[in-house]
Design a protein around this ligand. Structure first.
Ligand SMILES: [Ca+2]
Ligand SMILES: [Ca+2]
Ligand SMILES: [Ca+2]
Ligand SMILES: [Ca+2]
Length: 253
């Protein structure tokens, strides 16, 4: 009976180690795990009714292209629906009287509290618009001082059109949607995920969005940046861990 309990202890130890998940979250609301920096101050564009760059909720003064108000009246353009009352990051027309050229916003997460050999990064994204190939939405990541790499490769697919569905079921077809691979970034916000790994153990992860979008008929929103450790010990480590546990039991026995 005593021996069985010890084996149970080994299994418990292994299972705790192999599911050592944790997550850092930046949701622009109650979980603000990232340090944020931007090359142009957030929420500082002059024309707040037509341009956007920053953190908003749907009641703020902001371009109506970001907000789906179809349930309240005629509306043919929007991403943030009536139940989406929390904060999000919104972008509309960054080529304006304040800025001409690319601007960036970066989110730096402290990985010393989330050690791992691999991370799953997910970001909720929505978009609606008639974009062009020259519009830029680039997500990059960088562990410590390692070279920056592409996180999500957003491009404009100028060969297709896309039908966007508003909250009142109005459908609106527009050419040239934003895509990641073959998946359109729709006005129904979806979670996009990818797994990344540092070359060696990293103490920080910086996720950067670079954008240059010109035109009032182009809206982009994101929320809920989640960095999850998906670290799994190497099989050799598991064997050593198991042997260590057995050795410990042997000594106790
Ligand atoms: Ca609208
Ligand atoms: Ca939020
Ligand atoms: Ca276009
Ligand atoms: Ca454009």
């Amino acid at each position: 009976m005593r021996r069985l309990n010890h084996y149970g202890a080994i299994l418990l130890t292994l299972s705790v180690c192999t599911i050592s998940h944790g997550a850092l979250v930046h949701d622009f609301d109650s979980q603000l795990d990232a340090t944020v920096s931007a090359t142009f101050p957030l929420n500082a564009f002059t024309d707040k009714a037509k341009t956007a760059w920053g953190v908003y909720d749907r009641t703020d003064l902001l371009p109506e292209k970001l907000i789906d108000e179809s349930l309240a009246g005629a509306d043919s353009f929007g991403i943030i629906q009536s139940q989406d009352t929390d904060n999000f990051f919104g972008i509309v027309d960054t080529y304006n009287d304040d800025v001409k050229g690319t601007i960036e916003v970066s989110f730096t997460f402290d990985l010393t509290v989330l050690p791992g050999s691999a991370y799953d990064v997910s970001i909720d994204m929505g978009a609606m618009g008639d974009f062009e190939a020259g519009d830029i939405f680039k997500w990059d990541y960088q562990f410590d001082q390692e070279p920056a790499q592409r996180l999500f490769d957003i491009t404009t697919n100028t060969a297709i059109s896309h039908t966007y569905i508003l909250e009142d079921n109005t459908s609106v077809s527009l050419v040239d949607p934003l895509v990641i691979g073959t998946q359109v970034i729709d006005n129904q916000i979806k979670t996009f995920s990818t797994e990344i790994s540092p070359v060696s153990t990293a103490s920080s992860l910086t996720i950067t969005l670079t954008t240059d979008t010109n035109g009032a008929l182009e809206a982009f929103a994101f929320d809920n940046i989640v960095v999850e450790s998906v670290h799994m010990p190497e099989p050799a480590s598991l064997i050593l861990l198991g042997l260590g546990g057995i050795a410990l039991i042997s000594r106790r026995c």
